[in-house]
Design a protein. Structure first.
Length: 142
């Protein structure tokens, strides 16, 4: 007996499955918590000892926070990794950071808890490679 789309099948392929019914609810707003912002500033702003290998924001504090909010509100891709959501965006005409080697970066990643609390945010060269356990929530077609 053949049937149409199996509505009860859960994520047949985690690399290509998109949440058609919105069961994986994303947070409504981002909370730039003191702990989250401190984490970002400790690792991704300036050249702190022990974190030289991390990409760095080249924006001032206000611009960085504005960019983080923009990535959250208008992402190119949202994935769910465990209980956390990863928002990623390319900003074609804006340099937001540099690699440890000095390469300019125009992409950013923002990671939040399921309640919207900021975990981390940083400039990046490429979007995160998806694992088989990740769920693709949204992807903008380019």
């Amino acid at each position: 007996m053949l049937s149409d789309f199996n509505q009860y099948q859960y994520a047949p392929n985690g690399l290509t499955w998109i949440d058609p019914w919105g069961w994986s609810c994303t947070p409504n707003k981002i909370n730039l918590t003191k702990a989250g912002v401190k984490h970002v500033k400790n690792r991704h702003v300036g050249n702190k000892i022990g974190w030289e290998h991390k990409s760095k924001w080249t924006l001032n504090n206000a611009e960085m926070k504005s960019t983080v909010r923009d990535v959250f509100r208008k992402p190119d891709r949202i994935t769910k990794d465990g209980d956390r959501f990863i928002y990623e965006k390319t900003m074609p005409n804006k340099i937001v950071g540099v690699t440890p080697e000095g390469t300019n970066l125009n992409k950013a990643r923002v990671v939040v808890e399921s309640n919207g609390d900021l975990v981390t945010a940083f400039p990046q060269e490429v979007f995160k490679d998806m694992k088989s356990t990740d769920i693709l929530i949204f992807s903008k077609q380019r």
